[in-house]
Design a protein around this ligand. Structure first.
Ligand code: GLC
Length: 510
């Protein structure tokens, strides 16, 4: 439990579920809400505090659910609203919070609002989307050759879409849109959700003049550049709405701007997002100086009074960190880092198994953004179907699924899964790790070392980014509490850290 007065989401670890790929109860090869519900005991055993479920709403699935055609219903592929209510009830019974993924920047082109908007220039919903006679130079995501504007033959204008043509952007400058989308939030808040992950939140406010992107960045998608001040008033209204509900509901925004300085304003003065993703570290190489810079930027740029940091290594949009960093040892060390930095960590389902991206042969590729590899299904056991009911899943299994699966790793105390479990348990029992201060400790090149402190509770962390054993001496005596390779836990720290090893140390009483 967080200390009194601290909202739960500051000390929580959030576990991201990509519902298509998590667990299939229905037997059609696509994961579903009942599949998630059936695995809640496992998540409690693991020790996460909250789950965020990627979109499961009515959708034609051009972007696998990030193209929503009905915000207030469950797509039949994933189940029913009543399945969702059961999921919330069962999660809450276990003390797990649940966040849903709200996609406010754009709808599906199959959403009735867009159908009406495109029906004629004089439609009552024409202005719910962004229609122009002439496009500017903005590029769409996923394909740099693609304009962010698509010509609509029937009504003779272009509409804006920062992503696929099947994902037209809503016009948040229209108060009716704001009202309708507030209604969506209330719908899910009333059903008991603990908050929202807000998709592409920096996209909401657009410069009403729609100026061209500058020549230096004109060939990059506008979805990674849109950063207009009008978004902040929209966010203040959303914050008021969400804070009007009891129980510390939370807004976690996906601000896909790759500098910490640019995401900082999205916390407002503590009156906008509660949490904002900071993706700059996700793109940092596995090198000590790069990570030290990432942490320094967070310390320098985020206002400590209200901008609580977040940390992410993997998600459904990027190659898994096990794949990016190139070895299991590094992925393990990265887990120690993720779960001991100051801020709220997000764990992407499967990283706790040490999964690599799947090799997806060309004929099985389905994602327009080339992200299939990190979305491979979770193997639950060593059987041929790996615990999935029925058909082959929609994507191929990740590598080594016969040994790298939940059942096998639960049996093996040396597994990556048990490492995550020990780290999560260590966070729970240490206020220093959850909420304490962060300060760097002197360390040789190639190593990042820091201390977390809250009153008498002190932990130190040593992360060796190199492939050599390194000496890192400290004046005080420390005990190894968790080590990324499971070695020497419980022993006194002897002043060396192994190749690609990370250690969580506990201060010995003087
Ligand atoms: C976000 C989602 C991504 C999706 C995009 C468009 O970046 O994380 O999966 O494709 O928004 O909704």
């Amino acid at each position: 439990m967080p200390p009194a007065g601290e909202p739960w989401w500051r000390s929580a670890v959030v576990y991201q579920i990509y519902p298509r790929s998590f667990a299939d109860a229905g037997g059609d090869g696509v994961g579903d809400l009942e599949g998630i519900r059936g695995r809640l005991d496992h998540l409690s055993w693991l020790g996460v505090d909250a789950i965020w479920v990627s979109p499961f709403f009515g959708s034609p699935m051009a972007d696998f659910g990030y193209d929503v055609a009905d915000y207030c219903d469950v797509d039949p592929l994933f189940g029913t609203l009543s399945d969702f209510d059961h999921l919330v009830a069962d999660a809450h019974e276990r003390g797990l919070r649940i966040l849903v993924d709200w996609v406010p920047n754009h709808t599906s082109d199959q959403h009735p609002w867009f159908a009406e908007s495109r029906s004629s220039r004089s439609s009552a919903k024409r202005d719910w989307y962004v229609w122009r006679d002439r496009p500017n130079n903005w590029k769409a995501a996923f394909d740099e050759t693609q304009s962010a504007w698509t010509w609509d033959e029937a009504t003779g204008q272009y509409y804006l879409h920062l992503f696929l043509p099947e994902q037209p952007d809503l016009n948040w400058a229209n108060p009716e849109v704001v009202e309708a989308m507030h209604g969506v939030l209330r719908f899910w808040l009333d059903r008991g959700v603990d908050g929202f992950r807000v998709d592409v939140v920096h996209g909401l406010g657009k410069d009403p003049a729609f100026p061209d992107a500058p020549p230096e960045t004109a060939d990059r998608p506008w979805s990674g550049q849109n950063d207009h001040q009008s978004t902040h008033a929209i966010l203040r209204d959303l914050r008021r709405l969400v804070d009007g509900y009891p129980g510390d509901r939370v807004l976690v925004g996906e601000v896909y701007l790759l500098s910490t300085r640019q995401i900082a304003p999205y916390y407002g003065d503590g009156d906008e997002l509660h949490l904002a993703f900071n993706f700059a570290p996700l793109y940092a190489p596995w090198e000590a100086p790069a990570w030290r810079r990432s942490v320094d930027r967070v310390v320098e740029e985020l206002d400590p009074r209200h901008a609580w940091p977040t940390w992410v290594l993997s998600n459904h949009d990027n190659p898994r960190h096990r794949t990016r960093y190139g070895s299991e040892a590094r992925a393990r060390a990265a887990a120690v880092l993720l779960l001991t930095l100051r801020g709220t960590p997000f764990v992407y389902a499967g990283e706790e198994l040490g999964l690599e991206d799947a090799e997806v042969p060309p004929e099985r590729r389905v994602d327009p953004g080339g992200r299939d590899g990190c979305r491979a299904p979770i193997p639950w056991d060593a059987s041929t179907g790996h615990g999935w009911a029925g058909d082959d899943p929609w994507l191929p299994w990740p590598p080594e699924a016969d040994v790298r699966n939940v059942a096998a790793e639960r049996e093996d105390e040396g597994s990556v899964l048990h490492l995550y479990r020990r780290l999560l348990a260590a966070r729970r029992e240490s206020v220093a790790l959850r909420l304490g201060s962060w300060s760097p400790l002197p360390s040789p090149p190639g190593v990042l070392a820091y201390e977390r402190e809250a009153g008498a509770d002190r932990r130190a962390v040593v992360v060796n980014y190199t492939d050599d054993v390194v000496k890192v001496a400290f004046p005080q005596a420390w005990t190894v509490q968790v080590s990324s390779d499971g070695q020497s836990e419980g022993a006194s720290y002897e002043g060396t850290v192994g190749a690609s090893q990370a250690l969580l140390l506990r201060r010995q009483p003087p």
